[in-house]
Design a protein around this ligand. Structure first.
Ligand code: 3HC
Length: 285
């Protein structure tokens, strides 16, 4: 099976930075690529912040944090991912930019390397088709926040072969996640269930005239959710959730997949949740 000595992460937003954090903590040399040096530094700061919090809480040695941080290299040049055995893509959730990126990565990294996408609602098979090695392309779908959520879905596209699939699964375990095997069907496993469920929750806001606070209390205290649906959509990002809903609706034509009007209006108004400082709730930090 492919030995994963060095990993590349393309896109160091909330998801990419979280994945990079997991990788360096697990002792893996990691190259993170962002489009500007400034965005790369922001990701480094974010990772440093969360690792320092672990040190302050006594769950990580300061020396282990420093060693983890030293395993992270930043670059703006895709060519610098040339020596990676696995590259995980976490860029904008749109098909064409992802296909363009995979076509470039295909040219840059060794033919034996595994290419993975963190897409949540696009087709891994369509992304893989942009390369000359679709058999070595998989989905590795992490959940937000990646360092805290145990699951990673390992997605087998139409042409994925066993060996790269198993290598991605083993890497998921190595970075401390609980991987599950799934196929390239719309929403894979969790989003196929979670997206329409969250959409139902938001529609209930209007139908039952309950407040977001009370709806969240309802699902937390009546159904044992760790956080309520409004807080969760704020965490995921209202733009991200609307986009995933649209993508799944396009594929399944199931009415429950379509984004609720309230969320579309919030997205259009720039209320994106935590990342914009305001969604269903306001955030100061
Ligand atoms: N990255 C790294 N570390 C983080 C972090 C992040 N984004 N957010 C928090 N942490 C660290 C912090 O250091 C924090 O401690 P601090 O506040 O003292 O500094 C520490 O983790 C613990 O954080 P919390 O106290 O907030 O942890 P909780 O025990 O409250 O759990 C939770 C937080 C894990 C988010 C929990 O509320 C939960 O499980 N919520 C549900 C999340 C969920 O369902 N996610 C899936 C979304 S769907 C999705 O991602 C699919 C996609 O395709 C759309």
């Amino acid at each position: 099976m492919t030995e994963i000595g060095k990993v590349g992460i393309v896109g160091l937003g909330a998801m990419g930075a979280g994945i990079a954090q997991l990788s360096v903590e697990a002792g893996v040399e990691t190259v993170g690529r962002e489009v500007t040096a400034e965005l790369g530094e922001q990701a480094r700061d974010r990772i440093g912040h969360f690792l320092t919090r672990k040190v302050e809480k006594g769950v990580l040695e300061a020396a282990a944090r420093d060693a983890a941080m030293s395993r992270l290299t930043l670059t703006t040049e895709l060519e610098e991912l040339g020596g990676c055995d696995l590259v995980i893509e976490a860029i904008v959730e749109e098909l064409e930019p992802k296909r363009d990126l995979f076509a470039e990565l295909d040219r840059i990294v060794s033919p034996e390397a595994v290419l993975a996408t963190n897409t949540s609602a696009l087709s891994v098979t369509e992304i893989a088709a942009a390369t000359s090695r679709p058999e070595r392309v998989v989905g590795m779908h992490f959940f937000n926040p990646a360092p805290l959520m145990p699951l990673v879905e390992i997605v087998r596209a139409e042409l994925t072969e066993d060996e790269p699939f198993d290598a991605a699964f083993a890497f998921g375990e190595r970075i401390g996640k609980t991987p599950i095997r799934c196929f390239d069907t719309p929403g894979f496993v969790v989003n196929r269930v979670l997206i329409p469920l969250l959409n139902d929750c938001i529609r209930v806001l209007d139908e039952s005239r309950v407040s977001p606070e009370d709806l969240d209390k309802g699902l937390k205290h009546g159904a044992g959710w760790p956080m309520g649906p409004c807080a969760l959509v704020d965490l995921v990002g209202i733009d991200v959730h609307v986009h995933a809903s649209e993508a799944l609706y396009e594929k399944t034509r199931e009415q429950r997949m379509a984004p609720p009007a309230r969320l579309v209006a919030m997205r259009n108004a720039g209320l994106l949740g935590r990342k914009s400082g305001r969604g269903f709730y306001r955030y100061d930090d």
